[in-house]
Design a protein around this ligand. Structure first.
Ligand code: ADP
Length: 430
């Protein structure tokens, strides 16, 4: 399109320019004008009548100009009205002959005579050279454009191919183009979008597998117990299996509750039930509920000076759930000590829950926040949950606009660090 456009604009311009050049500034036209002036001066210098002068001078004029000349009465001149009018007003008029030559006419001033110069052959050689030059020029433009556009069109084709590939469920397809390409930003955006979609699909598949596995285990135990109870008359044994079945149903119920909570927390427009609370009172009450535990839980509060600073705005119910998940995990792994620290600066709230247990190896520190992720798979189910606790905690903190990370604690075990922007301040920023 660009090539066609440039060529047509160039061609149009060329036509326009060459037209005006021929009419006004062309050396040929200047020569013709001089020829007419010369003949006029010669014919009018004697007081003789024009025809006598013409007969006397024609051969000399013809010889000095180098092309045929003729004299007509204007009344002898047949032609288009417009041409005759143009002649009458003194303009130079041309007529093309069949042999690609031109005859020029002009009326002799204050007389009824018309002088004709020609036929004069057009200088075809310069014209064809010009035409050739023009074509070379456009060809060069076209080549430059092609060299410039070809990589772009090749990269766009690659992008299109990858998009089609990706659409056909090849989620590993990525755009591979040179970094210097002009569509690199588009390709990078496409690739990062493709990566995110692939991650989402993978995590969705993992989740589906995990859910089906988690649901299937108690269900198959249940089916097994049911089969035994059905085929046995041993009352004592049946009682034992019925008890196991009851436990499986409870487990399923609990799992479904956890899964629903997790799904609900993942929604974008979850409405938080925000409350302004005193963090010290809140955390002390939570710790109090674990007073029966063997492990000692200590609380380290940063000293908050003013009354204003003392309060934080959170969804108390949800944030308590997040903290309880971390405390329960900590209690499960701690040897003797669990420490909760609260800190607050100008606009951020920091809460950490650390223990002196086995900790979490560095390579698993991101993975454990995935739903159904458990590091100690061999562990007895009764001692742990479904691997949803940390995923739920992360979602709650994210709903508060914050994040949770895990690190090594100075106590020796894991240190879960929650941080989020104080909601009051967030409202002001908005
Ligand atoms: P679960 O309810 O099965 O414990 P979580 O999501 O709470 O699931 O935890 C996921 C995994 O992270 C646990 O199975 C455990 O391996 C590891 N983990 C969590 N908290 C701790 C901790 N304080 N110390 C060591 N490992 C932990």
């Amino acid at each position: 399109m660009i090539v066609i456009l440039i060529i047509s604009v160039g061609w149009g311009l060329d036509r326009l320019l060459s037209h005006s050049v021929t009419e006004q500034n062309n050396p040929d036209t200047i020569g013709i004008k001089t020829g007419f002036l010369y003949i006029g001066a010669l014919l009018l210098q004697h007081e003789r009548d024009i025809e006598t002068s013409w007969n006397a001078e024609q051969t000399a004029i013809q010889t000095s100009l180098g092309f045929p000349v003729a004299l007509f009465q204007i009344s002898d001149f047949f032609g288009d009205k417009r041409i005759i009018n143009a002649l009458k007003s003194g303009e130079i008029t041309t007529l093309a002959t069949e042999e690609n030559s031109t005859i020029y006419y002009q009326k002799l001033q204050n007389t009824h005579f018309i002088i004709a110069l020609g036929p004069i052959n057009k200088s075809t050689t310069t014209e064809s050279t010009d035409r050739l030059l023009i074509w070379v020029y456009y060809l060069l433009v076209a080549i430059v454009l092609y060299i410039w556009l070809w990589p772009l069109s090749r990269d766009l084709r690659e992008l299109r191919k990858t998009a089609i590939d990706f659409g056909a469920e090849n989620f590993a397809a990525r755009v591979k183009i040179n970094k210097s390409s002009s569509i690199t930003p588009v390709a990078t955006a496409f690739n990062s979008m493709a990566q995110r979609i692939q991650d989402l699909i993978t995590s969705h598949q993992d989740l589906t597998h995990a859910v089906s596995h988690e649901l299937k285990t108690p269900l198959s135990r249940f089916k097994f117990s049911l089969e035994i109870v059905n085929n046995s008359d041993d009352k004592e044994q049946n009682k034992k299996y019925l008890q196991a079945m009851k436990q499986d149903v409870c487990e399923l119920d609990e799992l479904i509750d956890e899964m629903l909570s997790y799904a609900k927390l993942g929604t974008h427009n979850l409405k938080l039930n925000l409350q302004r609370i005193d963090p010290e009172q809140w955390l002390k009450a939570i710790i109090e509920s674990y007073s029966q535990e063997d492990i000692k839980i200590s609380l380290e509060m940063m000293s908050l000076n003013s009354e204003q600073e003392k309060y934080i705005t959170i969804d108390k119910h949800l944030m308590s759930r997040a903290v309880n998940n971390l405390i329960r995990n900590g209690l499960r792994y701690a040897h003797q000590h669990l420490k909760i620290s609260f800190n607050k600066d100008d606009n951020k709230i920091y809460l950490s829950i650390e223990d002196d247990g086995i900790g979490i190896p560095e390579q698993f520190r991101e993975q454990i926040f995935q739903p159904f992720a458990r590091l100690d798979t061999s562990r007895d189910r009764q001692s742990g949950g479904y691997g949803l606790g940390l995923a739920i905690t992360q979602k709650i903190v994210q709903q508060h606009g914050g994040k949770v990370v895990v690190d090594k604690s100075t106590l020796g075990g894991a240190s879960f660090k929650l941080s989020w922007l104080d909601i009051d301040i967030r409202e002001n920023i908005k």
